[in-house]
Write a protein that binds this ligand. Structure first.
Ligand code: NDP
Length: 310
């Protein structure tokens, strides 16, 4: 059976390091400051923001959550970002995505001062990533690299295949792996014979958003599989297809589904990945916990740079 790469353990390690970095910053003058902007009442966004704020409080990061109404205009939201850019006590600005469709999300991201862009999504920071210059890196891909390094999975010289080419996960993950000297292939929905390309991977990153797509046919025996996907199943037939009755562990998953009315699964098939991979991240408990940890780390990085340069 494959080794399980425990994202919760790595998250706790990173949080412990963050706590002592925050204490050092406080002893030098002030706590790092993170402003989170949550527009409207998207239930998933509300949960994400609650978790981000809770973690920042646990670490001693000074937080502020701004909750404009759903019908805020692009211009009004730009003004909020502009005022946060000006504030000396705010080191990181996070505008929770997705924004309502009438808002020009690109303009909002571009308005955030690149030095305070703790999500690493500003085009300047995308350029910094591609060219290997310092700057905040997108949190989920940065978490993947932390996880690989802290689990002592070699990256240099390895064949890495990233399935997914989003600006948020796939592309930045590919560039971070490239900077670690992996040989990287990026795949997407138009890639012919995806299983054959994936089977070349010693490190396979699945950032697709398709439940259990990555079966044994996609996995080189012994490969490390990093499953970024978070897919919510709300149909019992789908749960039974992925977790058939005759497999140990299926009954427990069905029990969770019946209790909650939904079940989270990754992009990798949970049984196939456990049988074929050498090591893999579970869902939940793999990559997910690292995203918030890296947001905290990015905020502290920004504060260290800004307080250091005062
Ligand atoms: P996007 O929808 O933006 O991108 C998905 C990518 O997968 C696209 O590049 C798409 O290709 C590709 N794709 C879709 N279907 C297929 C297919 N059948 N075969 C090959 N490639 C395919 O998603 P994100 O990158 O934002 O997120 C990916 C997953 O990761 C989601 O499940 C999301 O919930 C999860 N996620 C998890 C996070 C965490 O903290 N763990 C954080 C962020 C995301 P194309 O470009 O051709 O359309």
């Amino acid at each position: 059976m494959a080794k399980v790469l425990d994202g919760n353990r790595i998250r706790d390690e990173i949080k412990t390091e963050c706590r002592s970095r925050v204490e050092q910053l406080i002893s030098r003058g002030r706590a790092p400051g993170l402003a989170v902007v949550l527009v409207g009442h998207n239930p998933a966004s509300e949960i994400y923001v609650r978790n981000k704020v809770k973690t920042s409080q646990e670490l001693g990061i000074a937080g502020e959550t701004i909750t404009p109404p759903e019908d805020i205009t692009t211009v009004e939201l730009l003004a909020i970002v502009g005022s946060l850019n000006q504030r000396s006590d705010i080191d990181g600005i996070l505008v929770q995505m997705p924004l309502p469709s009438h808002i020009d999300a690109r303009r909002i991201v571009e308005a955030i001062l690149p030095a305070k862009d703790v999500d690493g999504l500003h085009p300047c920071n995308a350029g910094n990533l591609v060219t290997g210059r310092p700057g905040p890196r997108p949190c989920t891909p940065a978490g993947i690299i932390e996880l690989l390094k802290r689990c002592r999975i070699p990256i240099a010289g390895q064949r890495a295949v990233v399935v997914g080419r989003s600006d948020l996960v796939g592309k930045p993950a590919a560039f971070l792996l490239l900077h670690e000297n992996a040989t990287v292939t990026i795949c997407h929905s138009k890639t012919p014979d995806l299983p054959a390309v994936c089977r070349e991977a010693e490190i396979l990153i699945a950032a697709i958003g398709r439940p259990a797509l990555i079966t044994s046919a996609y996995i080189r025996p012994g490969a490390t599989v990093i499953d970024v996907g978070i897919n919510r199943l709300d149909n019992r037939a789908d749960v039974e297809r992925i977790f058939p009755h005759d497999r140990p562990g299926s009954a427990q998953k069905l029990e969770v589904f019946d209790r909650k009315g939904s079940l989270l699964v990754g992009d990798a098939h949970p049984f196939d990945v456990a049988e074929s991979a050498g090591a893999y991240t579970p869902v939940p408990g793999g990559v997910g916990p690292l995203t918030i940890a890296m947001l905290m780390s990015n905020t502290i990085d920004s504060a260290e740079r800004r307080i250091g340069s005062c």
